[in-house]
Design a protein around this ligand. Structure first.
Ligand code: COA
Length: 260
């Protein structure tokens, strides 16, 4: 199948998946989410593929979030559906894939972009990368698992601060937080992922798939947290703050929240 927003390259036993909407900083619109679902389903079934690298097109962004321009007419119900469908069909699917998935964060990884990177098994960043969950600046909360996976990776206090301030951290800070495992130059980013994969590929892929299952099982007690996130994400779409936050972004001005 030919994809409009994704490039898929297979090199021996590794697949490189590139989200390809550079003019929109690779923001995740409906089509991109659907195409990613299809790509990852195919890679899970592809017996020749042993590892996957996920990255963004261009030099500026991994993924700058969910596509805010699609949110304007969303209701509470639509918001809940978006989070529930996205979490189950894509983000949880990637997390539970039986072969290693590495996020190569080559620039901005914001909102849904950071959530996508966090759904991967681990992350490597280029030194220009910036990461954050800016949703509350739009009158929203993270809806693709971010309220659950960020505290798992960086600890509750750091996650709370990142979510509440809506700020961005640098690649070095993300390394110090344990959010990314390595930081390198942009040129070296994909080669470094390949080097790590070549080490992984010396090992039993069956054992690796069991290890992924076992590690993920340790975090299953957060299932209710994901449900809570879906409810709360949906509820945001019924607020005046959400309307103001997203309209202000699209009009390129600072939001003035009526609820504040
Ligand atoms: N949804 C939709 N479009 C987005 C987007 C998003 N999440 N992030 C970036 N874009 C678009 C911009 O609207 C712009 O489109 P245009 O050229 O048609 O106007 C294009 O991508 C380039 O972005 P721009 O804002 O001009 O780049 P910048 O270098 O000035 O700023 C960011 C980069 C990442 C700081 C800024 O784009 C941003 O804040 N994006 C939104 C991040 C966010 O809140 N994500 C969470 C969503 S839930």
């Amino acid at each position: 199948m030919a994809y409009k927003t994704i490039q898929l390259q297979k090199e021996t036993s590794t697949a490189l998946v590139t989200i390809d909407r550079p003019n929109k900083l690779n923001a995740l619109n409906k089509e991109t989410i659907e195409e990613l679902e299809d790509v990852f389903k195919g890679l899970q079934k592809d017996k020749k593929i042993k590892a996957i690298i996920l990255t963004g097109s261009g030099e500026k962004a991994f993924v700058a979030g969910a596509d805010i321009s699609e949110f304007s007419d969303y209701s509470v119900k639509d918001g809940k559906k978006l989070a529930a469908k996205g979490q189950k069909k894509l983000f949880d699917f990637i997390e539970n894939l039986s072969k290693p998935v590495i996020a190569a964060i080559n620039g901005f990884a914001l909102g849904g972009g950071l959530e996508l990177a966090m759904a991967c098994h681990f992350r490597v960043a280029s030194d220009n990368a910036k990461m954050g969950l800016p949703e509350v600046s739009l009158g929203l909360i993270p809806g693709y698992g971010g309220t659950q996976r960020l505290p798992q990776l960086v600890g509750k206090g750091r996650a709370m601060e990142m979510i509440m301030t809506a700020g961005m951290i640098t690649a070095e800070q993300a390394y110090a937080y344990g959010l990314v495992n390595h930081v390198t130059t942009q040129e070296e980013l994909i080669p470094l992922c390949h080097k790590i994969i070549s080490k992984i590929s010396n090992n039993s892929s069956v054992a690796i798939s069991y290890a992924i299952k076992a590690v993920n099982a340790g975090f299953k007690n957060t299932v209710n947290g994901y449900e809570q996130e879906i409810e709360a994400f949906g509820a945001c779409f019924g607020t005046e703050d959400f309307t103001e936050g997203t309209t202000a972004f699209l009009e390129k001005r600072k939001a003035s929240f009526p609820g504040s």
